[in-house]
Design a protein around this ligand. Structure first.
Ligand SMILES: *Cc1c(COP(=O)(O)O)cnc(C)c1O
Length: 400
């Protein structure tokens, strides 16, 4: 008798994106003449950088020649890419050795898979609203999850509560969906909490390339002692537009250790290596070459031009909402604007109003957790023309 994993019954059905599609389709059917602008897109839209494309072509050619053909590579990634990642972190003042870096097919898989090296009895501390991957992957394992409220009162960056005992904490900065960020001082408090509780912080820095200025840290490892309590996830998806090309990485500090429930001391870096070499066979050579190219001097320059484009979109959006007197969070260090629905409207009501009156589509905040109710997520991943037009419409409708 094969039994199915019953914990899957505890997953909440998410109708968010189907429901958005349904409502948009219904509106379009009734108003076929209207041009709908989608500002809810959670995906990059600009093409890969020219340097990346050039290197991809070259790497493909290498695969067609006997002398340079590659089969299985190292599961944890080629040294050339790990070195490029280490150099990238060094530019931010973070020192990593190559064996602390594990290349993967993306941060989503890593954020989900990391649970393999932790006991199922751990208590997980997760923000609400949140990127659903952290939550659902732990529900699938039957782990206990406790929530911390991300609200306007804490700028959507909740801080540790000494009374709450958690074993593993997910932090995402800049955050999806709220665009909030943690300062270095705030992260230092989280590190202090983790060290006091022998906890582990799982830090998602997928949007670090959107951080403006010097103030906000790009990596939790800029905090002293974070290597004693944190694992970091990063990805080429948002910095280099690799959402469809697939490449990410995890940083597991070399000396990071925790005990088993029986008191045996385990090295988490060795465990993750063992997990990856057992269940994962590496990222395509050509993709790793492309990822390396994105971190070269020219590559970064070109990637940052794309990010600057999205950030200018965000500025246009923020200016429009300022004109309307509609409050928002995020947008500065992030492609996400977290709009407080005007007049105390609920997420879906504001969604409907925006669709009907401005023909603009957002993502209802209530889809990301209880505390998302009353908010709407917009992104700056649209085209400049669409962003400008959408904001002109919004200003025309909502400016008092
Ligand atoms: C987009 C995103 C990632 C990156 O995921 P990939 O699997 O690398 O594409 C990671 N975390 C968050 C919160 C994201 O929004």
């Amino acid at each position: 008798m094969a039994y199915a994993n019953g914990y899957y019954c505890n997953l909440k059905e998410t109708y968010l994106f189907t429901e958005i599609a349904n409502r948009v389709n219904t509106y379009v059917a009734a108003h076929p003449e209207k041009k709908i602008i989608r500002l809810g897109i959670g995906d990059v839209t600009l093409p890969l950088a020219p340097v990346v494309i050039e290197v991809l072509h070259k790497a493909v050619d290498e695969m067609g020649v006997k002398e340079t053909f590659r089969g299985y590579g190292p599961e944890q990634g080629y040294d050339f890419l790990r070195q490029a990642i280490a150099n990238y972190y060094a530019q931010r003042g973070v020192d990593l050795s190559l064996d602390e870096i594990f290349v993967s097919d993306g941060a989503k898989s890593d954020c989900g898979n990391i649970g393999d090296i932790f006991a199922d009895t751990n208590v997980m501390l997760i923000q609400d609203p949140v990127y659903p991957v952290y939550l659902d992957t732990n529900i699938m394992r039957g782990r206990k999850v406790i929530y911390m409220n991300a609200t306007p009162e804490n700028n959507f960056a909740p801080m540790p509560d000494k009374k709450v005992k958690a074993d593993i904490i997910y932090l995402c900065s800049p955050s999806n969906p709220t665009g909030s960020v943690y300062t270095k001082e705030q992260l230092a408090k989280w590190v202090e909490y983790a060290l006091e509780n022998n906890a582990i912080i799982l830090y998602d820095s997928a949007y670090e390339a959107f951080i403006d200025g010097e103030e906000i840290p790009h990596s939790i490892f800029s905090v002293p002692d974070a290597k004693k309590c944190a694992i970091e996830f990063n990805s080429f998806s948002k910095i280099a537009g690799f959402t469809g090309t697939r490449c990410g990485y995890v940083v597991v500090p070399k000396n990071l250790e925790r005990q088993t429930e029986n008191g045996k001391v385990m090295n988490l870096n060795s465990m993750w290596l063992r997990r990856q070499t057992t269940k994962f066979n590496g990222v395509p050579y050509i993709v790793q070459r492309a990822a390396e190219a994105s971190l070269s001097k020219d590559g970064l320059q070109q990637c940052w031009e794309n990010i600057a484009y999205y950030k200018e979109n965000a500025r246009i959006m923020m200016k429009g909402f300022d004109e309307c007197g509609i409050k928002y969070y995020g947008g500065v260090h992030s492609p996400y604007l977290w709009i407080q629905c005007p007049g105390g409207m609920k997420s879906w009501d504001f969604f409907d109003e925006l669709l009907a009156k401005a023909n603009v589509v957002g993502t209802p905040g209530s889809g990301f957790g209880v505390n998302g109710e009353g908010f709407l997520r917009l992104t700056s991943f649209g085209s400049r023309e669409n962003t400008i037009e959408a904001m002109e419409r919004i200003v025309a409708v909502f400016k008092k």
